[in-house]
Structures are given as C-alpha cells and as structure tokens.
Design a protein around this ligand. Structure first.
Ligand code: BGC
Length: 805
C-alpha cells in the first residue's frame, strides 16, 4: 500500500491522533496498518532517553549515554566531518535504544553572548552554523535515525521564550536567521524539523505559512515533518494549516479533539489534514523500528567524543611558547573544574554521561603532577584560604594549570545569563597566581563568551568549551603537544558586554523583542565599526605557524597556497570573507563565505581552494522580496581569522542593482547603535510587526510571571512566590528549570503541558479568574473540566477501538 492509500483508509480520529503526541516523547502508532509509533529523544549533545516518567526539561533521570561536546564547542572545530562523526555515534545510540527521532541539532544564531542556550548552538555566523548542522544531520541519518534541526526560527532569548515576538527585518531574517537553516536543509536533508516557541513579526513560528510551507517546503525542498517545540503549538489547527505536523508533547485527547472539531466545523479542510498526515507518514513509515536493542558501543563513542573535544580546543594565548609542556615539567593542577569538570549545559540537552573523565585523575597518568588544589568555590563564594593553598602548591611547580569557567547554574536552557564576567573569586585567584614566579596556563570551561580582562595575568590560555565526557584526555594531549590545537572561535569574545550592540535591551522584558542590530551580529558589527575585541571570530593559535600566499580568483572560487612554516604538524582553518561592492543595500564590511581545514606537516604546502557557491554573492532585496545578486567587483579576503586576512583579490560579478535603502543611514554606515527610534521603526516595520500588548488585564498569551500584576490576589501571590523562589535560588548560584519554565510559560501553555487534564476552554476560564472575575472564571474551569473529561474518554475509547495506541 502506498502512503496515499493508507491515508485514504484512516478515520478522521486516527488522522487527528497521528498529528498529536501520544506521550511526552512518543507519537501514536497504528500497528495493524504498519504505522509505527515514533520515539523521539533529545538531543544535541547525547541521547537523553528518560526511563521513568518523562519530562521535557531533563529533570528526571535518563539512561546512560555518551556525552559529546556542546554545539558551541563542536563548532570551534570548524569541521563538519567532526559533527558528522558525533551525529553518527548519536544515531547508533538512538538505534540501540529504540529511538527513531533525535531532537537536534540545535542551531539558532548566537545573537547575543548572554543568551541562555548559546552553549547548545553553533555560531554567530549562519554559514558556519549551517555547515556544522548539515554535517551532524548527515551523521545521524546515516544510521536510519531521523534528525530534527531546531528551533526554526529566530529564537534567541530564553526569557519569555514561549511568549515573545521576534521583530526582525527581512534582510536579517533571510540572510542570517534563515540561511543557517537553509544550508542545513539543503545540505543535510533532515527528515524532521522543530518549529520554535516564539512569534516572528507577529505570527507564531509554528503557524507561519510563509516560513513552513513557502520557504521550507516549496523553496528549500524539505520533505520531512515539522514538530512543534514542546508546548509551542499555540493553535494546533492553525499550525496544521500553515505546514506544521506534530503537536508535542502529548496532551491526552486535547490536540486530536481540536483537529476533529475544526474539520467538523469546516474550519480545517480535511484535504489539508490528509496532506499533512501523508507528509508525516512518508517519514514515519520509513523509520527503522528495531526489535532487538543492541548495547551501544560506548568505548568507540567515548573515543569519538574525545576526538571531537580535541578538534575543538582553541588556543587563545601562548606567550613565550609556554605550551606544549615538557614531559618533565612540574605541573600544579588548580581549580574546582579540574576535579569536577563542567562539561555540559543544563536543560533538555543534559545527558546522563556514561564515563566522565576528570583532569586530576587523567593527568596523573601522563603529566608530572605535583598536586591539586581547589583554588575557588565554583558557586562564587570568596575564600582566601583556598587561594593561599593554591599559591603554596603553585610555588612548588614550574607551571600551574588553572581550570576556570562558568558553573552549572550559569548556562541553562530557560534562563539567560546575567553577566559575561568570570566570577570574582576566580579572577582573584588568577591575580594572586600572577605574582608568583610560576607560569600560569588557564583552561576555560564555558559554552558561551566570558570577558577576559584577566587573560593579561596568564601565560597561556586554552578555551576548551564544554567538552563532553572525554575532555580531560583530549586536553592532556593538547597540553603535551601530542595534538596540535586547531580550534577557532565560532563566536567572538568581545572586550566588554558594553560593546555588544543593544546589549542593554537583552533579554527583552516585554512581548516584542526588537532585532535592532539587523545584520550586525557578532563580527559583522565589530569588524564593520572597527571595534577592538578580546579575541576575534575565527581566531585560534597553533603550535606551528601558517603562511598564506599566491591567491588567484576565478569562477570556481579563491585559490591560494597554504604552507606550514613552523616545526610541528598542525591543522589550519582557512577562511574566506567577501565584501560586497553594492552601495545601495547596507552590508557588513565583510562576511564569511567559505572555510576549509587543512592539515600540513612542517614545511609542507598545499594549493587550497575555497569554492564560491549559491550563498557567496547573494543578498535579500527587501523591495522585491527575493534574493538578488548585486553586480560589481567583490573583494575576497582569505586568512586565519576575521581580523587577520593577508590575501585579497577582486572578482567581478554580473547581476542587478537593487533599489537603495537610503532611509536607513545608520545601517548603511554600520553605526546602528546611533539609529533613532524612527529609523529602527522603519527598519522593522514596527507598526505591522509588533504585537499590541493588552492593557486591560492578562490574556492567554500573558506569562504566569505576569500574574504579579493580576487583579486576582491569589494569582498575584502565586507569581510573587515563584519570583521569590527564583531570586532565592539565584542568590545561591542555583536555578530551577521547573520553576523557570512555569514562570515564563504563557497561560495557553497549560493546556499543552498537562497531558490532557486541562484544555483550552479551562485555560480561558482561568484567565477570566485571574483578571478579577473569580467566580465566573472558576465556574468555566470546573464545567470545562467535566466536559473535557467526558469528551476525552469518548475519543480515547474510539481510538482504542481503531487500534490507535
Ligand atoms: C526545548 C527543546 C526540546 C524539547 C523536548 C523544549 O523545552 O526547547 O529544545 O527538544 O523541550 O525536551
């Protein structure tokens, strides 16, 4: 039977059920018709399959799995082959555990360094993010597991994440935020994709036809299914109409009932439902259902994790060639993270790692270690005693290797970071050690940028990121020079948070998050306005040196010679940036358009080509609302970071002359922080794209946190209690994902996250109650409860009779 025939045999109830989750992570199956139930599982850096009661925040334990480096760390490898290897291992663990769909890669653009999930994402640049994601997808899907790039799209802050409207201009939307996904879709061919929680210019991503149908399916050729983020199907019927398929998590019979009601009321054409079911089944029926789970090859996957961590280490400083260390160098190990590594972020991506290495034990086998001292408290408490002990140990050594970084509560889904600073007690430790004769090598564990003024106090600095479970042995190889570091920064490290354009507006506190910087994200901004940075995009040192020479350019791309002029074998990430000649649209001074990683022995040279492709010369024409290729002579720059580009050459391209964007002078100059409100309003088309916030009480789209100004006194009390709890935890350096999730969730989310116990009608009643009409509202809630129970039972019985489970 082909898919069309199967769909024609399904009842309305079965079709509605097939587009709704059956449990937190599983879809419905109809075995009699050969339709499997798909098991989904997070997620980007390792399998998170929960054994007991499942929840989407990683609160309940999951089965042991290999923990790979976080997305932001992997991207520092600038090597899609590395993410393919990780994806493949992850796919194998999924197969072994009867998981058919992996909820990853996570690939939103790192728009602001404080965004809470930057550690999961790849880069501030769409080309790098897209290529890393495509590599990962190819790896996962080679095993028969389905990959799900997420969160589509323009999802860049955690505060109010389910109740936020990303207001973005068309050029940034297409050239940055969508281009990353376009590359992932066209080069990785994922069979699923997750829509994001937020609205884009006033329409929920999951209900956005222009995005899901016209762009994703019609223009990019996506042929998989779209799943909502967990609880992100604001209106399931509108979602299905727009091109979304699966409402997750399961909400009992609530979601199927909504589709059934809509079809019966003539609000949803059954042919649209049939089409979506067919599109979903095309993937589901092809997914491998394993009957005999095998044990994953954890030893081999640990090795994959180790290689990935090694390829991603970025050497940021190496004064007097302090690194690599000699075999006899006496090493003092200092810093809490050496003993208890910070190797992954918190939230739905957190993995129950099989075998986490720690540096103290690993180094004891290969380095000449004189001892270990904690040096500081990871939660930030000042402790002079710890510093003194660390100093005493350091004086007995030649080199102190000091493990610094962010703690577990500082990088988490559901919460943006408050500051880019490294905790004061760690800075104090580095200052104290700087006064000794001993050399200091700092090793930084963090999934997102921190400020680095303290770097002046150290001789060497390795940014190891969040390495996953096998970071310690990878680091030992780098410290000893068995492995030459070759990672480069996928996200700029600015000098200060003040340098981040519109940093003061982040995260946006109210419903409309204005993307005022447009294209000027990360290096696109710093390089255009020549702002000094601590460590530029694309930067990373090596134990050897590379020389770039002899560039020629033709239709195929940029060709040049790369030579290893040092004494060690090493790999260099050569990068191509292109400057547009166009004077009519605004452009950053240059943009990354290609890269390649080349390994060379001492003295070896290679003729390297970085090809041009469909993304090299295009720009979004905001007037014609389509891609254009502005004509003229483009300047191509090649080198080892966005700030060190020794080769330059011109290349003439024929094309069009777009109409000018002269009404946006500060975007033309790049001085975007000087733009007036009127200019920003023109850029973002604010009148049309911003949502109006209700002034007369709360709505179903208000967050639970916003109940602090509800008319109902109990509602106010609940919101304040939640707030107090969060503040108390924050003061202790902790956070609670559960509380954060509830605090930031809009009322409508309650109907999505209560496994069918509460439906939309009851939520409406709740909102009436919190707006001060307690009796009227509660009456609706109670009568809604009984009606929902009755209808749900009836539908569940029917589906049972129809073999839907
Ligand atoms: C996260 C997703 C995740 C899902 C399921 C959501 O809260 O945003 O990234 O895949 O939960 O755990």
């Amino acid at each position: 039977m082909n898919i069309k025939q199967i769909v024609s045999q399904l009842t309305l109830e079965q079709k509605a059920a097939l587009l709704s989750g059956a449990t937190t992570f599983d879809t419905f199956g109809i075995r009699k018709l050969g339709i499997p139930s798909l098991a989904m599982s997070d997620g980007p850096s390792g399998l998170r399959k929960q054994e007991g009661a499942a929840d989407n925040l990683g609160l309940n334990g999951s089965i042991p799995a290999t923990c790979f480096p976080s997305g932001s760390t992997l991207a520092n490898s600038w090597d899609p082959a590395v993410s393919t290897a990780v994806g493949q291992a992850l796919g194998e663990e999924s197969q072994a555990n009867e998981v058919q769909v992996i909820l990853g890669p996570a690939m939103n653009i790192q728009k602001n360094p404080l965004s809470g999930r930057n550690f999961e994402y790849y880069s501030e640049d769409p080309l790098l993010a897209g290529r890393m994601a495509a590599g990962y997808i190819r790896g996962v899907q080679a095993t028969g597991t389905v990959a799900t790039p997420k969160h589509f799209a323009v999802n860049n802050q955690e505060l109010r994440r389910m109740a936020s409207n990303s207001v973005v201009d068309q050029r940034a939307l297409h050239e940055l935020y969508l281009t990353a996904f376009e590359i992932a879709v066209k080069e990785g061919h994922p069979k699923a994709l997750m829509s994001s929680y937020n609205m884009i210019n006033g329409t929920y991503a999951n209900e956005n036809r222009a995005l899901l149908q016209e762009t994703l399916r019609d223009s990019w050729g996506f042929d998989g299914f779209v799943v909502s983020d967990w609880g992100g199907d604001n209106d399931h019927v509108a979602g299905v109409k727009a091109g979304s398929h699966m409402a997750m998590p399961g909400s009992g019979m609530v979601a199927p009932q909504e589709l059934i009601d809509a079809v019966k009321a003539g609000k949803l054409d059954e042919s649209v439902l049939n089409q979506r079911v067919g599109e979903f089944l095309a993937v589901a029926m092809a997914a491998k259902e394993k009957s005999t789970p095998e044990k994953p090859n954890f030893a081999a996957h640990h090795e994959t994790a180790r290689k990935a961590a090694a390829a991603s280490m970025v050497l940021l400083k190496n004064d007097q060639a302090i690194l690599p260390l000699g075999a006899k160098t006496r090493v003092a190990i200092i810093g809490d993270f050496a003993q208890k590594p910070r190797y992954q972020g918190a939230g739905s991506s957190a993995v129950n790692a099989v075998h986490v290495e720690n540096f103290v034990d690993t180094a004891a086998k290969v380095l000449n270690v004189v001892g270990y001292e904690k040096g500081f408290d990871r939660n930030g408490k000042a402790d002079e005693h710890l510093i003194q002990e660390a100093k005493a140990l350091a004086t007995e050594s030649d080199v102190a290797v000091v493990f610094i970084g962010l703690n577990e509560a500082q990088e988490s889904e559901g919460k943006d970071r408050d500051s880019m600073a490294l905790p004061d007690n760690q800075v104090a430790l580095l200052e104290a050690l700087a006064n000794l004769k001993t050399s200091v090598v700092a090793v930084l564990s963090a999934g997102a940028p921190v400020t680095t003024a303290w770097a002046k106090d150290v001789d060497g600095l390795i940014y190891q990121g969040l390495t996953g479970e096998a970071g310690a042995s990878a680091l030992c190889d780098v410290l000893l020079g068995k492995l030459n570091p070759s990672g480069k920064l996928a996200e700029t490290l600015p000098i200060s948070y003040q340098d981040v354009p519109f940093g003061q507006d982040f995260p946006c506190q109210d419903a409309n998050a204005l993307y005022r910087e447009s294209l000027y994200v990360g290096y696109r901004y710093y390089d255009t306005v020549s702002k000094p940075v601590a460590f530029p995009f694309g930067f990373g040192l090596s134990y050897t040196q590379f020389e770039y020479s002899a560039m020629s350019i033709d239709d195929a791309g940029a060709h040049f010679t790369l030579r290893n002029i040092g004494a060690k074998t090493g790999a260099e990430v050569a990068q191509l940036y292109v400057k547009s000649p166009d004077q009519n649209l605004y452009h950053p001074v240059h943009e990354l358009k290609g890269f390649t990683k080349v390994t060379l022995a001492p003295g070896e040279q290679q003729l390297v080509t970085i090809p041009f492709d469909a993304y090299t010369f295009r720009a979004w024409d905001p007037h014609k609302e389509q891609w254009c290729q502005p004509a003229g002579e483009y300047q191509c720059f090649v080198g080892g970071s966005s700030r060190k580009l020794p080769l330059q050459g011109g290349f003439k391209v024929s094309g069009t002359v777009p109409d000018p964007q002269t009404d946006l002078p500060h975007y033309m100059s790049g001085q975007v922080t000087e733009a007036s409100e009127a200019e920003v309003s023109r850029l973002l088309n604010l009148d049309e794209n911003a949502v109006k916030t209700a002034t007369d009480g709360l709505t179903i789209n208000s967050t639970i946190g916003e109940m602090s100004h509800a008319k109902n006194v109990i509602a106010r009390l609940v919101a304040r209690t939640l707030r107090r709890k969060l503040d108390r935890l924050a003061a202790k350096g902790e956070s609670s994902l559960n509380v954060l999730f509830i605090y930031n969730m809009p009322f409508r989310g309650i109907a999505k996250m209560t496994n069918g116990a509460i439906d939309q009608r009851m939520v409406d009643g709740l909102v009436v109650a919190v707006n001060g009409h307690a009796f009227r509202g509660l009456h609706r809630v109670i009568s809604g409860y009984f009606a929902n129970r009755r209808r749900s039972k009836a539908l569940a019985r029917k589906l049972g009779e129809q073999d839907c489970e």
